[in-house]
Design a protein around this ligand. Sequence first.
Ligand code: ADP
Ligand code: MG
Length: 630
Amino acid sequence: MDKKTHSFQAEVKQILHLVTHSLYSNKEIFLRELVSNASDACDKLRFEALDRPALFEDAPNLEVRIWFDAEAKTITIRDNGVGMSADEAVAHLGTIAKSGTREFMAALEGDKKKDANLIGQFGVGFYSGYIVADRITVESRRAGLQHDQGVRWSSEGTGEFEVEAITRAERGTDVILHLREGEEEFLSAWKLKSIVGKYSDHISLPILMKKETWDEEKKAQVDTGEWETVNKAAALWTRPKSDITDQQYQDFYKQISYDQEPPLAYTHNRVEGRSEYTQLLYVPAKAPFDLWNRDKRGGVKLYVKRVFIMDDAEALMPVYLRFVKGVIDSADLPLNVSRELLQESRDVKAIREGCTKRVLAMLEDVAQSEDVSQKAKYAEFWKQFGAVLKEGIGEDHANRERLAKLYRFASTHADEGVSFADYKSRMKEGQEEIYYITADTLTAAKASPQLEIFRKKGIEVLLLVDRVDEWMLSHLYEYEGHTLTSVAKGSVDLGKLQDEAEKKQAEAAAEAAKPLIERLKKSLEGRAKDVRATTRLVDSPACIVVEEGDMSGHLARLLKQAGQSAPESKPILEVNPEHALVKKLDSAEGSEHFDDLAQVLFDQAVLAEGGQLEDPAAYVRRVNALLTGT
Ligand code: ADP
Ligand code: MG
């Protein structure tokens, strides 16, 4: 094969431009990324060799070597992993397989520090080499291919790269960085070792560097020609808990998650019993950019007896815990386990159940802590992940009660952080139900006329304004025996919360309003399913409610926004017979204005509920007519 010039995919060009022009802090992470690729390549070889041991050729010990040449100003990272064929080099180093480029750029734009650390999150780590190099040469041979089927890939990281065939005896890959002017600080064994120590200690294969000694004559460190292992090379999770410091746990988290913040909590256990496995699981403190993508790769890596199997083992965690990061190392699963097998395996099911329980327990610990900083952490966690956790109520039947206890809401009592337990502790004497209202925003929820009687009586109402709340409510009907009741559905029945005198008064008012109600029904035919007097209002003349079992106006709007059809059901208009406007309406009976007033009353109730008028112009016209008395 002759030397061939290829053009980078457009997205790669953009990434390269950003990498070379805007990443100033944390430059050293290039080494972490390249070592991580080397380690991935070794993992891949080990996995492929399960079926084809011949791929190991005569070098079964997988390792990474790093060295530099101070004169040529190069750093080389070598691995004897799976390597790349020429086609693979073109595909893998010239295009980006995963999506996320856009998010990466957006993240960079938002971040004034221009932190290079971001790069690893987005699956474009190889290009981080260009932070410090103005040319990268990659020489590689795919395991199993002939020696003369090696490849040399080379590029200055601008628009193009060159590829040519080479002969290469060693299996695996050399990545050779030709350092930019000004990046000479990396031409130091001490510097490189310290970066490896900082980022790559947990890599479970040895990373070797040349041993140096002090030469008195030359007054400099010189190469002894010997190689030494510079990392611990023991997977963190296989070490006993007592040997691992909190800092080490946190460092490991940073390495696997690319998250700069320390995790909210973590748990490390060896589980024995029907299924044997080690779990090291982390709950992040901050949501990743792609949290809302339910198809995104899971954050839990699967190992079997310390052999890396796969990265995105979604079968190990329920979808609603997709933000959990960590490692599961199973002692029982076969090494050649496939995705299909994972879905069906009883061992995997046991692991998933075990891990789910662990994660919930971690969250409970933080949520229930009396410690102020833990409380604040949970509040922040809830802000970031609450909506995802709410998905769990429909997904994970077995853990419904535990999940419900972790939920936090806004209410008429506090703008955030209200748990069902808090609500329960504030329930009034004789109150049996948990009241809630759904709305598009907190402001709209707070302004709902339906809340008036509850406010007056000091009864707390949960204000549910998350998009997933309606969905959650379709799976969560009660909490510890208390039914969840919408204050905007059906007729209000405060039962024991109303005393006899109040009930009598209400009945009398309703009786007196009967003729008015009948007229309103006629005027609003086709718009309102029913009109009735209510006791739920204090300051407002009227409000909209839906019949028990009908879809709330809020949910119908959400569905429409999502492009789905919502069943057309008409609302019920409830009027407050004590209100001045309603009294005025009563006295207008027989007058020409009655119909207009009735329509305005209805339209206002729709607006107050956050709904949209079918004919806003007609509403404006009527109000103006009433205002001017024409
Ligand atoms: P990621 O590692 O997230 O896939 P990178 O940009 O770091 O993204 O690497 C891109 C791809 O290049 C890798 O997925 C792999 O296929 C290939 N690659 C990079 N380095 C090596 C290596 N040392 N050995 C074999 N393949 C490699
Ligand atoms: Mg990588």
